[in-house]
Design a protein around this ligand. Structure first.
Ligand SMILES: Cc1cc2nc3c(=O)[nH]c(=O)nc-3n(C[C@H](O)[C@H](O)[C@H](O)COP(=O)(O)O)c2cc1C
Length: 378
């Protein structure tokens, strides 16, 4: 495997190895990508307070997230179509997560089914639910996740409104899918990907019936067109009554909605703008995080994502009150660029960065991190 020392290296590797249409789907944000850039810029703008001459030789990143013990405050977040980036990509990511002592959240729009991923590991994983117009299908998914003993159901509520990802439209990654001679030629040139994915088992969305014909409904969900904009808190109440275990709502960006999530029985929320892929003009997640954690005041778990590429980013989110961070593109690039070894290395890189940062802060445990580690802005 070519040398990668950071997540950016994996991004470049993914760009080389994957067909352009797939790479652009991973990398892109919506519209002008203002929010996508703000996620990174606002994380970068935070400065941490360095402390010295503290014995930090017994540092630990171990923590507990929604009652589960984790070796570090990370979760591999829900990313659709992982199996199109590398062969059986969801199984690969789920296995790596188990090996390194974190957990993996399987997307509704996965190639590998809930049952295939369950069979590939000892411990159950988390499941992410999209609720679209086909409500009976959503109920079936909830029941399948329960049968697989998933401890956490994460319902994503920021995607029921269409957001234009302009590069995907140019690439023909739309419903119906448009292939051009140029895009086919581009795929034919990606030999590693062809051997690994295209010559592997047929790609179909494992959680939907209909084999290969099921490509369109899921794609529609991913790139817009089939979302259900009637979705509202009543649907969360329905979910709450059907799902007995922990329920997490992903896509919260306002303190008011965080309070409603508590009222409607959520056990946790994910402060997320979908990695800048939905509402372009929304704030960065790190900018809204402190207001949300203040409102929640420790009553439920607060997870964080969008823009996390470094261990230092995780530390900043924890300092502002998050319990753990979800990785999105960070591990999707690694999977697409370097497969299973890549995903493990990407996690180890971020782990190493967190471990160093903790030492520079003069702390022994991630549980000691609080707002005091953040330098007041000038
Ligand atoms: C290629 C791709 C596919 C995604 N698919 C899903 C999905 O199926 N369900 C979901 O809740 N979020 C999905 N997300 C959003 C991620 O869970 C996460 O919120 C986002 O990637 C975080 O931003 P980051 O990639 O900048 O870290 C997807 C993100 C990407 C990049």
């Amino acid at each position: 495997m070519p040398q990668a020392v950071n997540i950016e290296d994996f991004r470049r590797m993914a760009k080389r190895r994957l067909p352009k249409v797939i790479y652009d789907y991973i990398e892109g944000g919506s519209y002008d990508e203002v929010t996508l850039r703000a996620n990174r810029a606002d994380l970068d703008a935070i400065r941490l307070k360095q402390r010295v001459l503290v014995d930090v030789s017994k540092r630990s990143l171990a923590t507990t997230v929604l009652g589960e013990k984790f070796s570090m405050p990370l979760i591999l977040g829900p990313v659709g179509s992982l199996g199109a980036f590398a062969r059986r990509g969801e199984v690969v990511a789920a296995r790596v997560a188990e090996r390194v002592g974190v957990n993996f959240c399987l997307s509704t729009g996965s190639i590998c089914s809930i049952e295939e991923v369950r069979a590939s590991r000892e411990k159950p994983f988390w499941f992410q639910l999209y609720i679209n117009r086909d409500r009976p299908h959503a109920d079936t998914l909830i029941d399948r996740a329960a049968a697989a003993a998933c401890p956490v159901l994460m319902v994503t509520i920021d995607s029921q409104i269409f957001a234009k990802r302009e590069q995907s439209i140019r690439n023909g990654f739309t419903v119906p899918l448009r292939t051009t001679p140029a895009s086919v030629l581009d795929m034919m040139r990606r030999f590693d990907w062809l051997r690994d994915v295209a010559l592997g088992p047929r790609l179909a969305y494992g959680n939907f019936p209909g084999g290969r014909r099921n490509f369109n409904p899921v794609l529609r969900m991913a790139v817009g067109g089939g979302q259900d904009d009637t979705l509202c808190w009543r649907d969360i109440d329905h979910l709450r009554s059907r799902w007995k275990d922990r329920l997490v709502i992903k896509g919260i960006m306002a303190p008011e909605d965080a309070l409603l999530a508590i009222e409607h029985g959520a056990d946790g929320i994910v402060v997320s703008n979908h990695g800048g892929r939905q509402f372009d003009s929304a704030s960065s997640t790190i900018a809204v995080l402190p207001r949300i954690t203040d409102a929640v005041n420790g009553r439920i778990a607060v997870l964080f994502d969008s823009g996390v590429r470094r261990g230092q980013d995780v530390i900043k989110a924890l300092a502002l009150g998050a319990d753990a961070c979800l990785l999105g593109r960070a591990y999707a690039y690694a999977l697409g660029g370097a497969g299973e070894a890549g995903v493990e290395q990407a996690i180890r890189i971020i782990e190493g960065e967190m471990y160093s940062a903790l030492g520079f802060l003069g702390l022994q445990s991630v549980r000691e991190i609080d707002r005091g580690v953040i330098e007041p802005s000038a």
